[in-house]
Each structure stands twice: as C-alpha cells, then as structure tokens.
Design a protein around this ligand. Sequence first.
Ligand code: DOR
Length: 423
Amino acid sequence: MNDLIIKGGRVIDPSQNLDDITDVLISAGRVESIGGNMPSEAEVIDARGKVVCPGFIDLHCHLRQPGYEQKETIATGARAAARGGFTTVCCMPNTSPAMDNLAIVEYVKTIAEKEAVVRVLPVGCITRGRNGGELADMQEVAGAGVVGFSDDGSYVNDPRLMRRAMEYSLPTGLPIIQHCEDPSLSADGVMNDGIIATRLGLCGVPNAAEEVAVARDIILAELTGARLHIAHVSTAGSVELIRQAKKRGVKVTCEATPHHLTMTEERVLGYNTNAKVNPPLRTRNDVDALIEGLKDGTIDIIATDHAPHTLNDKLCEFGNAASGISGLETALGSLLALVHSGKLELSLLIAKLTAEPAKILGKPFGMLAVGAAADITIIDMDAEWVVYAGKFASMGKNTPLDGEKLKGMVIATIFGGKIVYQE
Ligand code: DOR
C-alpha cells in the first residue's frame, strides 16, 4: 500500500481537541504523522477547503444478512456506510435467524471480513430468537466479539428477564442496547400520537410508550450496575429521564438518530410511508429537546438506525408498511443542516459520530492519533447535492429525503489507509 498524504485540510479530531489546517500522512494503514515534513513520494489527496476527520462510527444499523438479503446485504450496507463517511458500523441482530448464537455471529464476521469495505461489528441478541422468552447465549457470543446485546426492533418486556440480562452482561463489560417501547402503550400505533395522527385517521404511539420503558430500564440499570445504552431516543421526556439518571451516576448512555434530530411528524402527511419509522418522528418540542440533549451531553452519540427495506415493503397502506429509514448515506448531509443553522458546533457533531461512540465501544477507533488505524472521512461542508435514492449504494431506497437538497457531503472515506469511497 502506497503512502498517502491528505493535504491542507481542516483536520478536526475531538478526541485530541485538534482543529488545525494541516497535512495527514498515512503509511501502512496507520496515521504516520500529522503536520511536519511530508515525503515527496506519496499519493496526494488535495483537501484544501475541506474538513478531514476520523471515520464515523455507527453503533446502530441493520445490514439484514442473514435472512433478508432482498433488503440489504453486508456488502451493500458496508458500501452505503463508506458513502456516508462511516468506517465502523455495528449491525443489529434482528436477522433471520437472529444473531443469538455463536454460529450466526461467526457467519456475519466471516462475510464481513470477505465482503465489507468497512469494519462491521455485530451486536448479539439479549433473548433467544429475540422472542423475549429466555436469555440468548450471551457469554458465548461475547467471546466471539459482539459489541453489545440488543433485541432491537422489540422491547424486552419482562422486567425480571431484563434484570437477569443486565446481570449476565456484567462480566462481559458490554452494554445492553435497549429498544425502549412499551408494547401495550404503542399497541396499534403507526405514527406519533397527536393531532396529525388524528387528522390522518392513524393510531398514535404516545411519548409515554418510550418513556415508561426508559424509566424502567434506568431503574434496573441502577439496581444491577449494568451498562445500559438506550437506542434511538425520540422524546423530550426520555431526554430528561436520562439526564437525571446520569446525574445520579447510573451507567446509562444513549443515542439519537439523524432523522429524529432533523425531522418532525409532519413528514408523515400524505401517508408518506418513507417517513414511517419506529420510534416515530415526533414534534418540534421533542426535536429541540434532543438537540439540547446532544449539547449538554445527555445524548452521547448519533447513530443512524439505518433500516433498509424493499420498495414493496413501503409501497402499501401506511399501517402495513415496514418501519425504517435507509439512513447511512444521508446522515451527514442532513445533520450538517444543524451546523449550518448555528444549532450545533461542527466539532461537537463530529465528536458524536467518532470519539463518543468509540468510548461506548471501548475501542481505539474514531481518532486521528499518530499510530491509530487510518480511518478517515473528508467532508466538503458547502457542496450542495440532491438526494437521489436510486443512486444509493444501499439496496434500501426508503428515505423521506429523496429529491431534497442537502448542503455538505462526504467526498472521500478512507478505511485502514485505503480509499473505499471517493466522490
Ligand atoms: O424503524 C425501525 N426499523 N425501528 C426499529 O427499531 C427496527 C428497524 C428495522 O429493523 O427495520
């Protein structure tokens, strides 16, 4: 592999408080030096006027393999990740069969090793088959390198089982990643509960469906001392519950998605199934509370919850449509709207996509330190582009942003010193 110089970019690495116009030298897949003398014999990427930062880490995405290869594969999902500036993605275990045992985890790791252009880290199930009935082989899959346990897509409804799962997670040191949704409160709901649901004649999911679950699991995390990571937080009330829990020293972290940080329930008007997602898009008040939570540290990270579906999964009545947004390739562009409008600092946004998820994983990624793996994303902050889902690398074209203009794009993604995407 040739040496590579990324020349003259604004290098931002929140893990070392770095924000400087400088050069980055990559050698043998690692960051060799930042600034200083650059060798004359090397491939050069001209990054003048661009932002150079650590490759993004997505703690929450759905790659669908095995079992739902009509929606996405590990190979296509990883290519979508690269296009989105992500060099590490953690894939959720709601595959078929579910990732609840060693064989499936090993299968995903093997396919990822062979076919993925970025790093893919699997998440193991909490319960066998994600059925909520008995615990999965948590210790066994921990030994195989899963980065957390989750029944994402479903809530572990039995509090006693959840307590046991948390206790079993303790010796592994891994987080329980909980999909917080009390199913008796969300019931037949298909969008946010409120006036728009009433107007559309659709059943609503109240904020309380999430908050009741968040509150219960915070209490169980407090009881057990386990690490709890709350997936896709969507309501103002959840943010406040997590804020208070953190103040008490509960080991709780959480994520918000780009769509919950930038879109409201109005997106559903016209019965737009591409805006159907679980948890549902909420109100402006909730979105503002999420942004506030990002700023004060209550919300640790941004994760995409990339949930690719086929055209037919979405081309049907709203109630019957699958939930989820194909989000890897629009994450940065949509989030930069928060930076361009002055709501969020660029360095904080980058931290929530790099250093902070790395902390939760406890892995040495998400940084541009000398000696670290050369996982790097280069961004043109001002480039305007129109989302054309037909051109996604992801097989999931399901995005409510299709046809919309975004400002700011990933122009190159480097994984282990190799360019895996270039605009
Ligand atoms: O909208 C969603 N889609 N939310 C989830 O929790 C699961 C995901 C999926 O797997 O499609």
